[in-house]
Design a binder for this molecule. Sequence first.
Ligand code: OOG
Ligand code: NI
Length: 268
Amino acid sequence: MHTNVNDLFDNMWAKYLTVTPSAEKIHALLGEGNGKDVINDHIALRTFNIEKVNLDKLAQHFLSLGYKDGGDYDFEAKKLKAKHFEHPDPTQPKVFISELLVEEFSENTQRIIKELVDQIDASSVTADNFLYSGTQWQISSNDYKVLLEESEYAAWMAAWGYIPNHFTVSVNQLTKYETLESVNQTLKDEGFVLNTSGGEIKGSPEVLLEQSSTMADKATVPFTDGDELVPSCFYEFAKRYEVLPGTLYSGFVAASADKIFESTNVKG
Ligand code: OOG
Ligand code: NI
């Protein structure tokens, strides 16, 4: 297990950038003084609810670094559950981890997912590099497409595995921008494509959190039957509001999160 939170996030950021070149450009665009003021609000990871690799197994990497449970979320239509975790040091990024409820899918989809997870060595799940190890399985583009019919999330997991699917800029801490609207406008002016599902801005000051995100970049996956470009990872932007004077809301908003998941969609 990790000894240092910063090393873990540095390694995850490096792996994420290998398939998310737009994040490096946006980081430079929004930040001042070499991105000094670009602070991560949170990162997100995905998994399957199969015991060997379930949400709790991923969470253990953060719990061992002092993170605590922050809240539970259900996404019935997408057949997902999630939790978020917070570090006692509020300058450390929050962590949002979701898991796919595999047993709620067709026999065929369940079989494909089980074959992927069977290829993972159980000891690699607790290894320091697990959360930036990517896939530890082989998959055909045909199986990828079968998963895509039932779940965009399942297909994304099969293609990318264990890698943060996004990092999130804390808009509150940017020095060049005050509002999420102004961040979004800058991104659009530079040609970046935003996720418009549920509107460009998800949430509101009333729910104490506003979020927007890019649509995921595309990167090459070496399927067993050939390489293909598929959606990889995206960048998110979050502005939090005060629950009490001097204290920002630290949770997530399920209705907004439901739309953020769609930033990696293949089909609109
Ligand atoms: C997580 C989507 C939810 C948020 O900030 O509400 C989320 C995902 O796409 O895995 O990140
Ligand atoms: Ni997020």
